[in-house]
Design a protein around this ligand. Structure first.
Ligand code: 6PG
Length: 246
């Protein structure tokens, strides 16, 4: 079980993103004060775009040069593709803040060999965190979303990457999309000092009830995010939390 699990329910999606931005900046200030840097892995999809835009508009003058941004997963497409998580982050955040290019670690998902792209990214992590084989990077914060099927990052139900125990980053075949995704593995997610899920909207309510209050065999991917020595924080809006019983 994680050291601590907390669930915050905000009235609206806008309130959720403001709370998430405060959490992000608060953690960043603490990490920069304590260790001179803040390492964060961003989540993809549509939900976090509003957080990134808010960070760009309300914290444009933040010490972004002490922030180091990674991607918890990436689609197997070039960075110019509309499906690219990097493109979404570039447009909503990176283009609007003064962050040095060398502080942003992009997955080279344009590589037609997804496994090679994953290995390359794993190498970037190992070099940055100065870790050897068998060691895992400890991010100050990992942002995650939850899909309607209970997936998180690109760890989908019944997909091969769920069983990965030693690699940091793998190319995961996602049958339902007939494509590879490049994704962090559970050992990396569960090594984080804090994991913050952001889940918004009534379309996620049923699955969120299953993930937070249900017993599933096997457990759903989002249920398997249990930082061993870190904080697990669920940031929800009321629509997403509508089916929770407590
Ligand atoms: C991705 C994300 C993925 C996402 C969920 C929720 O690359 O799409 O990493 O795990 O967080 O699918 O997506 P939405 O926020 O779009 O609902």
């Amino acid at each position: 079980m994680p050291s601590t699990r907390s669930i915050e329910v905000l009235a609206t999606a806008a309130d959720l993103f403001h709370a998430a931005a405060e959490e992000f900046v608060g953690l960043a200030r603490g990490a920069i004060g304590a260790q001179g840097r803040f390492t964060v892995a961003l989540s993809g999809g549509s939900t976090p775009k509003a957080l990134y835009s808010l960070l760009a508009s309300n914290y444009g003058d933040f010490v972004w040069n002490r922030v180091f941004l990674f991607f918890g997963d990436e689609r197997h497409v070039p960075p110019t593709d509309p499906d690219s998580n990097y493109r979404m982050v570039q447009e909503s955040l990176l283009a609007k803040i003064a962050i040095p290019g060398e502080n942003v670690f992009r997955v080279a998902a344009e590589n037609p060999d997804a496994a090679a792209a994953a290995s390359d990214y794993e190498g970037q992590l190992r070099r940055f965190f100065e870790i050897e084989s068998g060691e895992f990077p400890r991010f100050d914060l990992i942002l995650l979303g939850m899909g309607p099927d209970g997936h998180t990052a690109s760890l989908f139900p019944d997909s091969p990457a769920l069983d990965e125990r030693s690699r940091l980053v793998v190319a995961n075949w996602v049958a339902k999309f007939n494509t590879h995704r490049i994704t962090f593995t559970f050992p990396v997610l569960n090594r984080a000092a804090e994991v913050m899920f952001m889940v918004s909207g009534g379309d996620k309510a049923d699955m969120l009830h299953q993930v937070l209050e249900g017993k599933n065999t096997p457990p759903l991917p989002s249920q398997r995010v249990q930082p061993s020595d870190g904080k697990l924080l669920w940031m929800l809006d009321e629509a997403a939390a509508a089916k929770l019983t407590r």
